[in-house]
Design a binder for this molecule. Sequence first.
Ligand SMILES: NC(=[NH2+])NCCC[C@H](N)C(=O)O
Length: 589
Amino acid sequence: MASVTSLTSSVNQRLADALSAALPEAGAGADPLLRRSDRADYQANGILALAKKAKANPRELAAQVVGQIVQGDLLLEVEVSGPGFLNVTVTDRAIIETLAARAADGDRLGVPVKEHPGVSVIDYAQPNVAKEMHVGHLRSAVIGDALRGMLDFTGERTIGRHHIGDWGTQFGMLIQYLIENPGVLAPAADVDGEQAMSNLNRVYKASRAVFDSDEEFKERARKRVVALQSGDKETLDLWQRFVDESKVYFYSVFEKLDMEIRDEEIVGESAYNDLMPETARLLEESGVAVRSDGALVVFFDEIRGKDGEPVPLIVQKKDGGFGYAASDLSAIRNRVKDLDATTLLYVVDVRQSLHFKMVFEAARRMGWLGDEVTAHNMGYGTVLGADGKPFKTRAGETVKLEGLLDEAVERATAVVREKAEKIGLSEAEIVENGRYVGIGAVKYADLSTSANRDYKFDLDQMVSLNGDTSVYLQYAYARIKSILRKSEGDTATAHPELELAAAERALGLHLDAFGDLVYEASAEYAPHKLAAYLYQLASLFTTFYDQCPVIKPRPAQDVVENRLFLCELTARTLHQGMALLGIRTPEKL
Ligand SMILES: NC(=[NH2+])NCCC[C@H](N)C(=O)O
């Protein structure tokens, strides 16, 4: 099925044609700058600036443009307003016909795919081996997954990279402890997520205690690091056991999050070990990195620390070891060369933004990044507690993710249970819906705030039925589904010949904007714009449903059918939009 041009684009094109007829010197590319408006359906604001440039009177130019407009079936009225704006009203027919074309396009809803899709490699959901996941990891996973859904929908090819922290000197300590206490880590195949994490916690704490108190153990642990780095087989096998055990835990959390993570996309820091010596050599040979006190570093004039001295990016330490930066620089080479990436996205805590600024700039100097391949860090803000301070337990520790997710599901299940009897939900359905509502609430609270801002983790607010929450959207969806079930004898059919009520037009115009919105939000990496769109859609539906009876009191048959058509398209748009954000919409709630 062909994609559908939105009404906004059609009207914009119509006005652009009239504009270049009225003012030929403005050329074919002159943009009337059409926006949705409260006064009419749309307002065009572009004429003012063009008139100024052509030294013409804006109101006169606006009137000339109106004179050139071909109205056809699309436009009902175009009038000059204010200093030289155009207020535009489209016909009811145009609205319903366009929506009918969208409705005929299955899940895509007439949304076009990119003409020149690229390859976006998205670095997200990157917890650390042998460590518990915290709320920061939640944000990366949720935002990354939503971005991926949105980009995929516009035809972009996306590849996930879960750059887990699976390398570093702490493994010397862990592995040495495991060698000396072989029974402490049950095989990954024998444990569930919770057991895996409690095993790892136990080993971590125990080995840390020995490490801190026993100098000889410390020395053995140091030697173990060297063995690990030189690729000693026995050491690597034990390291792999920590990775495998951790993966059991990661997968259980991702499953809780209702998120699909693919094994082949878990490519951690260690995966780039073999590339790092070459990365360092290339950087040094080209002069981008220099030796300083024996270390290999990149300097940036423009990046200074608090003391005013340049902050270097350390590619290779004095002792020859490679760290986080070398791994990230090598990952860039790999993603660009082997994965053919055109865009590199990183969904990482804003506190790492200096690191990425330096890594990207170094890669740019090397020509690994440039006009053809760009990199962006979607640095996200901090998760705050209900008191507005960084989210910590009473003991001051970072809050563990699983407990939070369980609590969200528990609260949501209680909310679902309240209405369960009335709508006839089975126990299994209550449990499933509770999960979708609870996890949806957590995801939506994160996604509805722009990523770079902090947000409050407030469970009471998150599962509230009123306000900008996923539950509100899920209820709107389920309500429409119930209306559709109750109207079984009638079909949802578009009737373009009907005159529309104001609330029908408002809903219809918003439905039409879905495709443009998904495009814009994807291009700006802004899931919060999609969330805001969906919230508005649900609100417009509520107004429509209050003002325009669908079956009770029963209007004329064609009106019933047309309203059911609007109901159905709203439900499908809500469902699809939420799916792009990674949130489920239960059929009955
Ligand atoms: N390519 C990257 N450096 N990605 C981010 C990794 C995040 C890191 N594992 C952390 O927990 O902070």
